[in-house]
Design a protein around this ligand. Structure first.
Ligand SMILES: *[C@@H]1O[C@H](CO)[C@@H](O)[C@H](O)[C@H]1NC(C)=O
Ligand SMILES: *[C@@H]1O[C@H](CO)[C@@H](O)[C@H](O)[C@H]1NC(C)=O
Ligand SMILES: *[C@@H]1O[C@H](CO)[C@@H](O)[C@H](O)[C@H]1NC(C)=O
Ligand SMILES: *[C@@H]1O[C@H](CO)[C@@H](O)[C@H](O)[C@H]1NC(C)=O
Ligand SMILES: *[C@@H]1O[C@H](CO)[C@@H](O)[C@H](O)[C@H]1NC(C)=O
Ligand SMILES: *[C@@H]1O[C@H](CO)[C@@H](O)[C@H](O)[C@H]1NC(C)=O
Ligand SMILES: *[C@@H]1O[C@H](CO)[C@@H](O)[C@H](O)[C@H]1NC(C)=O
Length: 516
């Protein structure tokens, strides 16, 4: 016990001074087989949006609506043409794994039916290139980019027809790529997708209904019902694809199939009982909504109570299929939110938008650094999330699929905020692993500065800067790429490393030339 107390004290001290690097570790401190990588998603990096037979997805439509001042992923980082160079860069950086997504509408342009040979060839090439450089492909099947054809035809995720079309698409992927891909994730951030896409309407496919919605009047949708319907169909589609994988492919291909959720670390705004209960409600609504069915076969009770008949229910047969249909959770973690009970209404009422999710609370943004564009670094909060999954969902295998730092895209290559974020979170992760969390890998978001879902090209999360004014779209390492690379190659990361990094950087950086 004393050991534990001293350990915690040390931990607190080291977190406080994490920025100056007292917390020293190397990748050899992690269990054997633990993978470190970086991630992207199809529409955000590939470019070539209308080339070689690809058709638009709901992400294309969203970008082309002008919501981001005209910025789109039409060209993005042009990874479609530059994948060899990028894989080379990954290998030089020392990545064990690359997390990317397949563009459904590049592989199967109508959403169902015939395969596009050029799309098939592209993903075959990318995957083989990764394998030949010793980099594990971790593939997501849906990353905000349902084929627009299916959205137009029957409303996409709000219609149950999607279950069959998604399963057929997944089948093509398992059949064509499963000999080399061992880590499949059906959905990226399913919880954010349904909330932002169908209640707030500020992300694809931009559904919502008056008076709900974020900053604009929605032309289609129903904020009160569609989020629950879309979530339900996503769970059924996942379960169907996972069953197919487990029955027809897993024995032979020896891979794993998982599901990704975005996770805030929720903190009660005060220690009053109602705020503490509201915090549990926040977890039940935004994590339990999906994790509940996936682990226990049903939605959390508080959701059933608050949402009532708007919440679809599973038949006993469906519940059985969904329960246990994942081999791992993918978690995307960035931020802390404070939670305040709201006795006035069932609605969730954040300060600046209006949503109809029946969670009955107010989110209060952590505003301690609201003047800063960068996210506050809160390593203890990642530990909180991991401990929550451990205690609530029986310590499932977890990949941190996304974690990273936002900086102004063209600020500087000397991205100290990202270095400090990597150092803080990887150190925290090590403590969680030592404390028994079954974490199997960590992917930083993102490998390159890409087309960000909310910020377009204003912010960058990348290890590498992409010069958009250069017709060659040349990539440049930021300080964070050097830090990560040093770590990946076995370096011991601590304050002395920081100093060395700074010394090295001053001689090797091109900031002045690139950062106009
Ligand atoms: C949205 O619609 C309402 C009611 O029609 C109107 O009062 C409001 O000005 C509209 N807001 C925007 C941003 O267009
Ligand atoms: C949303 O659907 C519910 C249930 O069908 C209905 O009562 C409500 O009027 C709909 N809202 C809108 C804005 O269409
Ligand atoms: C709530 O209680 C905890 C533990 O006693 C304390 O650390 C924290 O500061 C309190 N939070 C608030 C908002 O008072
Ligand atoms: C932060 O939020 C709290 C509660 O909403 C408010 O009282 C405080 O003034 C805010 N601080 C800043 C710096 O905006
Ligand atoms: C370690 O795990 C225990 C049990 O899950 C938990 O109570 C404790 O808070 C964890 N400590 C840290 C630092 O995460
Ligand atoms: C890049 O920086 C300049 C000034 O430093 C600014 O005017 C411009 O808007 C920035 N561009 C982007 C895409 O952030
Ligand atoms: C700094 O440069 C030296 C010599 O090139 C190299 O051995 C070392 O690994 C570098 N350190 C970091 C932190 O990049």
């Amino acid at each position: 016990m004393l050991e534990r107390v001293r350990f915690l004290k040390l931990l607190v001290v080291s977190l406080v001074v994490a920025v100056s690097g007292a917390d020293k570790f190397s990748r050899h401190d992690f269990p054997p087989g633990f993978v470190f990588g970086a991630g992207t998603s199809a529409y955000q990096v590939e470019g070539a949006a209308d080339q070689d037979g690809r058709t638009p997805s709901i992400f294309d439509t969203f970008a082309h609506s002008g919501i981001m001042g005209g910025a789109t992923g039409d060209i993005a980082c042009d990874q479609y043409h530059k994948y060899k160079e990028d894989v080379q860069l990954m290998a030089e950086t020392g990545l064990n794994a690359y997390r990317f997504s397949i563009s459904w509408s590049r592989l199967i342009p109508n959403g169902r039916g015939s395969i596009n040979p050029k799309g098939l060839q592209y993903y075959n090439n990318l995957i083989s290139e990764l394998i030949s450089h010793g980099i594990q492909p971790h593939v997501t099947l849906h990353h905000v980019d349902l084929p627009q054809a299916l959205e137009d035809e029957y409303g996409g995720w709000i219609d149950r027809k999607i279950v069959k079309d998604f399963t057929d698409y997944a089948d093509v992927c398992f059949r064509m790529f499963g000999d080399r891909v061992q880590y499949w994730t059906t959905f990226n951030e399913a919880n954010v997708f349904v909330l932002a896409g169908y209640d707030l309407g500020n992300m694809p496919p931009m559904h919502c209904s008056f008076p709900f919605g974020y900053d604009h009047n929605c032309s289609k949708g129903n904020s009160s019902t569609e989020p629950y319907l879309a979530a339900h169909n996503i769970l059924l589609a996942h379960a169907s694809a996972a069953r197919l994988y487990k029955e027809s492919y897993q024995d032979k291909q020896k891979g794993f199939i998982g599901f990704n959720l975005f996770s805030y670390w929720y903190i009660p705004f005060t220690n009053k009982t109602e705020d503490v209960i509201a915090t549990q409600r926040a977890n039940d609504f935004y994590v339990g909504w999906f994790a509940g069915p996936l682990v226990y076969g049903d939605y959390p009770d508080v959701m059933k109570r608050n949402v009532g008949s708007r919440l679809p229910s599973f038949t006993a047969h469906e519940s059985k299929r969904i329960k246990g249909s994942i081999d791992f959770f993918g978690i995307n973690f960035y931020n802390v939110l404070h939670v305040k009970d709201n006795p006035e209404t069932l609605k969730m009422v954040p300060r600046d938008y209006n949503a109809d999710t029946a969670v009955k609370l107010i989110f209060v943004q952590d505003n301690t650094s609201s003047s800063s564009f960068e996210f506050p670094v809160a390593p203890w909060a990642l530990q909180g999330v991991l401990d929550y999954f451990k205690q609530t969902y029986g310590n499932p295998p977890i990949f941190i699929h996304e974690n990273g730092q936002r900086t102004l895209r063209n600020a500087t290559l000397e991205d100290w905020p990202r270095v400090k974020s990597l150092h803080g979170y990887i150190g925290a992760l090590l403590d969680s692993v030592r404390n028994g969390s079954d974490v199997r890998g960590y992917f930083t978001w993102s490998f390159l500065d890409l087309f960000e879902l909310l910020d377009g090209y204003n912010s960058g999360f990348g290890l590498y800067y992409v010069d958009l004014d250069d017709p060659e779209l040349r990539r440049y390492p930021k300080l964070s790429a050097r830090w990560y690379s040093h770590f990946l190659k076995g370096g011991s990361m601590g304050s002395d490393g920081f100093i060395e990094l700074e010394r090295n950087s001053s001689s090797t950086y091109l900031s002045a030339e690139v950062m106009k």
